[in-house]
Design a protein around this ligand. Structure first.
Ligand code: NAG
Ligand code: NAG
Ligand code: NAG
Ligand code: NAG
Ligand code: NAG
Ligand code: NAG
Ligand code: CU
Length: 570
């Protein structure tokens, strides 16, 4: 494994002549150079190819202070595969071309090419980054971004030390195998993950494989020892927890220790105490944990699958009090976590999350437009697809940001998608009728308007309902509420919405058989993807595209162009 290159940090004010406009950059500039390449890795002892950052999967944690500028020069050394990297939770104000979504905000980075992302981290908090090209994230290009409060600033809580905890699920099947199955007629689903990883480590039991299946070695240095968190008795730790699972909803817990939730997706939470934290792909939470248990032994930190009947063993790490043999296996059997099918306790936790007093961002009293988005699975021309109000999203060859800014109307569907569906006529407890279309339409939002989105879950073609963590690029939204069953816009469900102290987030779960309502301010010029963060689902079309104020976006860098109809503009 290559050591991660230390970023070069440039201090103080820098004048940046960015694409014609002059920006005064006030914070530090963190200069990273990342080689993206395939390497053989054994994160759970089974050897397979992983997409790495400077030889590592997951990639290094980016550290910065609020107001700093991050510069990441990406060298695509994948040889036979494109890439693009998304900075998850960073709103990219004034830099919509740096959002890193292949097909939406840029042409993918070709093998051998270099692309530089430059953006400001404008709010303290815990964020993520990951590949946003096809299903490439499944192959391991994942990592965290930690933004600390600027000098003199205070957080509404105290702690002695902090640690990052990145949760993933992991398959032995390659990303190509998975994508091919999802496109097949009939569908071959990706199946349950082989392992759950904590900070890039898991432990698959190699004896379960026949030797012909591949190389698996439970003594491999990548996996032989679990991730270790060392704590000192009496100290309080801030754990910055992020989930970049491809499929799984998780429950995370530390045996015998309470966790106080204090931050979610970069916003301070009215503190609440849990024994286990439910976390969905694309979410981050910071929790305070006090090392207040018997210091003479070690404890398990575990992740468990919820929401799907798990066949995957729990992810396990060790929490060791200083002075103990750090690798000594805890004397207890790791817990199995809460029942996977108890949706009610997960909805309950979602409803508990509110903004910290003193940090409530006031919600606009009403929305200018309401989108009622039905999530269904449909059979389209023999393929199983996810559709939103009947349309399965397919990214066009020309990135939306370029085609919309430059009026390349042939590049995407001009027909506007539906703001609502037939909510009276649709039975959400039955598989959807088999119509629906594949397309690339755009919701054009009036600049500066307030938009409500109600996500409506329904049964899949197998007549079950699943959890979908929805992630909005370019914004945080207020989470107004979660409800059970079918949302009726004419009902008094609106009265039950939290408009007093809702949390702002960038990712929120849509629970089985239910609905989730959120509100956002369309005030960030650009084109933004809004999608389910389950990698297989977005690959099958589970997303929509929002445009707002695209004509206000400054001159686009030519580095995002060169594909599809943007060839001539390059
Ligand atoms: C950042 O790194 C790139 C690539 O190594 C280099 O060309 C550039 O000069 C560096 N910029 C600063 C401000 O250090
Ligand atoms: C690994 O799997 C083998 C075969 O199924 C089983 O006998 C063994 O107990 C397992 N080992 C562990 C540590 O679970
Ligand atoms: C398994 O890995 C260990 C540690 O790297 C090595 O010593 C051993 O030879 C490997 N076993 C096999 C069968 O390759
Ligand atoms: C979860 O599944 C178990 C076993 O099938 C069942 O007994 C239980 O009632 C289910 N719980 C819920 C909340 O559906
Ligand atoms: C699907 O079919 C139903 C019933 O024929 C029709 O009402 C609905 O508009 C169709 N939806 C789409 C997206 O074509
Ligand atoms: C589908 O599941 C629902 C419960 O969610 C049940 O009421 C209904 O009978 C099922 N329909 C079919 C066709 O199996
Ligand atoms: Cu989904």
């Amino acid at each position: 494994m290559l050591p991660s290159a230390r970023p070069l940090v440039t201090a103080a004010a820098v004048l940046c002549f960015c694409f014609g406009s002059v920006l005064l950059v006030e914070g530090m500039v963190h200069n990273h150079t990342w080689d993206i390449s395939y390497q053989y890795k054994s994160p759970d002892c089974f050897e397979k190819l992983a997409v790495t950052v400077n030889g590592e999967a997951p990639g290094p944690t980016i550290h910065a202070t609020q107001g700093d500028t991050i510069v990441v020069t990406v060298n695509n050394k994948l040889e036979t595969e494109n890439t693009a990297i998304h900075w998850h939770g960073i709103r990219q104000i004034d830099t919509p071309w740096a959002d890193g979504v292949g097909g939406v905000t840029q042409c993918p980075i070709l093998p051998g090419e270099t692309f530089t992302y430059t953006f400001v981290v404008d709010r303290a908090g815990t964020y993520l980054y990951h590949s946003h090209y096809g299903m490439q994230r499944v192959a391991g290009l994942n990592g965290m971004i930690v933004v600390t409060v600027p000098g003199g600033g205070r957080e509404p809580f105290t702690y002695d030390e902090e640690q990052t905890v990145l949760l993933e699920d992991w398959w032995h099947k390659s990303v190509y195998d998975q994508a091919t199955g999802l496109s097949a007629k009939p569908l071959v689903f990706v199946g349950e993950p082989d392992s759950l990883l904590i900070n890039g480590r898991g432990m698959f039991n190699c004896s379960k494989l026949s030797t012909a299946t591949g190389t698996c070695n439970n003594s491999h240095p990548d996996c032989a020892l679990p991730t270790l968190f060392t704590v000192m008795p009496g100290r309080t730790y801030l754990l910055r927890i992020g989930s970049l699972t491809s499929l799984s909803s998780l429950s995370f817990e530390i045996e015998g220790h309470w966790m106080t939730v204090v931050e979610a997706d970069g916003h301070y939470v009215r503190p609440f105490v849990v024994r286990n934290l439910f976390i969905y792909s694309g979410e981050t939470y910071s929790v305070l944990v006090k090392a207040d248990q018997d210091p003479r032994r070690n404890y398990w930190a575990t992740s468990h699958i919820v929401g799907r009947n798990p066949t995957t063993p729990s992810g396990k790490a060790i929490v060791s009090y200083t002075g103990n043999d750090p690798w000594k296996t805890p004397p207890t059997t790791p817990t199995t976590g809460p029942p996977w099918n108890n949706t009610a306790i997960r909805v309950e936790q979602s409803r508990t999350i509110a903004a910290h007093p003193g940090y409530v961002v006031p919600v606009p009293a009403r929305a200018d437009r309401t989108l009622l988005l039905l999530n269904t699975q449909n059979q389209i021309e023999g393929q199983t697809k996810w559709t939103i109000n009947g349309v399965s999203l397919h990214f066009p060859a020309t990135p939306y940001l370029v085609s919309m800014k430059h009026d390349l109307t042939a590049a995407y569907d001009q027909r506007p998608p539906l703001d609502t569906y037939d909510h009276k006529g649709h039975d959400i407890s039955a598989p959807a009728p088999t119509n629906g279309t594949i397309g690339s339409p755009v919701y054009r939002l009036e600049f500066n308007s307030v938009v409500d989105v109600v996500l409506q879950n329904s049964n899949m073609l197998n007549n079950k309902s699943e959890t979908h963590p929805w992630h909005l690029h370019g914004h945080d939204f207020w989470v107004l509420g979660h409800g059970d069953g079918k949302f009726d816009p004419a009902s008094d469900a609106w009265k039950l919405m939290n408009v007093k102290n809702p949390i702002m987030k960038n990712t929120v779960p849509l629970h089985p058989h239910g609905w989730t309502a959120l509100r956002f301010h369309a005030n960030n010029p650009g084109v933004w993807l809004f999608h389910c963060h389950v990698e297989a689902h977005v690959f099958m079309g589970m997303g929509v595209v929002f445009e707002e104020g695209v004509k206000r976006v400054g001159r686009l860098p030519s580095s995002i162009m060169g594909c599809g109809l943007s060839k001539g503009l390059h």
